[in-house]
Write a protein that binds this ligand. Structure first.
Ligand SMILES: [Zn+2]
Length: 225
C-alpha cells in the first residue's frame, strides 16, 4: 500500500517531460539606407512582428535622414557603418577609407549616442590592408551567408525562395533598404519575417547573434576581426 502511494506520488510530482524546442537565431541586415520611402516600410514590418535587425547605413544618407536612423535605433535595431559615400574600396586610398568610416561614425554617434561596432564594406569587398585598418578602428567586419539578391531586382517569390532554401541557425541575411527600381525587398520581407518566426527563428541584431555563438554552432567566415 505504501509502495503504491509512493509510486503514485512520484507520478504526481514528476514534471512533464517535454522536449524543449531548439531555438534558432538569424539576423536580418539592410544596407545602403536610410531611404525616405522604403526604410519606414521596413521598420513597420519589423515593429509589427516585434523583431529587430541591423542597418548598415551610408553616412551621407544618414546625414540626410537622421530621423530614420533614430527610428531604427529607437526600435532596438543595431546601426552599422557602411562608409560615407559607398565607394568601391578596391579603387579607394586607405586614408580616404579611414576618413569615410570615421565621418560616418561621427554622424551615427550624433544621432544615436552610440559609435557603431560593426562595419560592412560596400559589395563585401575587402583586403588585408583594409582589415588591418578595421582592427585599428575597432570595427568588426560583417559579411553575410544568405544573399536575397534583392540588389539584382529579383522577383519577390525568388527572394523568398533564396531565404527559405539557405537560412539556417546563425544566418546573416543580406537585404537592402533600397535598390534601383524595381525593388521587391519590402514585399518579400512581409512574407519572410512571419515565415522565419513560424519556423522557430528568433530574429536578432548582428551583435546579439555574435553573442550567441554557442547556440548557433559557431559563426566564422562572415565575421572578421
Ligand atoms: Zn552597399
Amino acid at each position: 500500500m505504501r509502495l503504491t502511494a509512493l509510486i503514485l506520488s512520484l507520478f504526481l510530482i514528476a514534471p512533464s517531460v517535454k522536449a524543449a524546442a531548439v531555438k534558432k537565431y538569424a539576423a536580418l541586415t539592410f544596407d545602403d539606407g536610410p531611404h525616405p520611402v522604403y526604410t519606414a516600410k521596413i521598420l513597420k514590418i519589423l515593429y509589427d512582428n516585434n523583431v529587430t535587425a541591423t542597418f548598415f547605413v551610408v553616412g551621407e544618407n544618414a546625414e540626410r535622414y537622421p530621423q530614420l536612423v533614430k527610428a531604427e535605433h529607437d526600435l532596438g535595431c543595431e546601426i552599422g557603418n557602411h562608409t560615407y559615400s559607398h565607394p568601391h574600396l578596391a579603387k579607394t586610398h586607405i586614408g580616404k577609407i579611414e576618413e569615410e568610416i570615421m565621418k560616418t561614425d561621427g554622424i551615427i554617434k550624433d544621432i544615436t549616442g552610440m559609435t557603431p561596432k560593426l562595419f560592412r564594406p560596400p559589395e563585401g569587398f575587402c583586403t588585408g590592408q583594409i582589415e588591418k585598418e578595421l582592427i585599428k578602428l575597432e570595427k568588426t567586419e560583417v559579411l553575410w551567408n544568405v544573399d536575397t539578391r534583392d540588389w539584382a531586382h529579383t522577383e519577390t517569390d525568388k527572394i523568398v525562395k533564396n531565404i527559405k532554401s539557405n537560412v539556417k541557425n546563425g544566418s546573416v541575411i543580406l537585404f537592402h533598404d533600397y535598390t534601383s527600381p524595381p525593388t521587391h525587398t519590402v514585399e518579400a520581407l512581409e512574407i519572410v519575417v512571419p515565415y522565419l518566426l513560424d519556423s522557430g527563428f528568433e530574429l536578432v541584431t548582428v551583435s546579439e547573434l555574435m553573442a550567441r555563438k554557442a547556440d548557433t554552432g559557431g559563426l566564422s567566415s562572415f565575421f572578421i576581426g
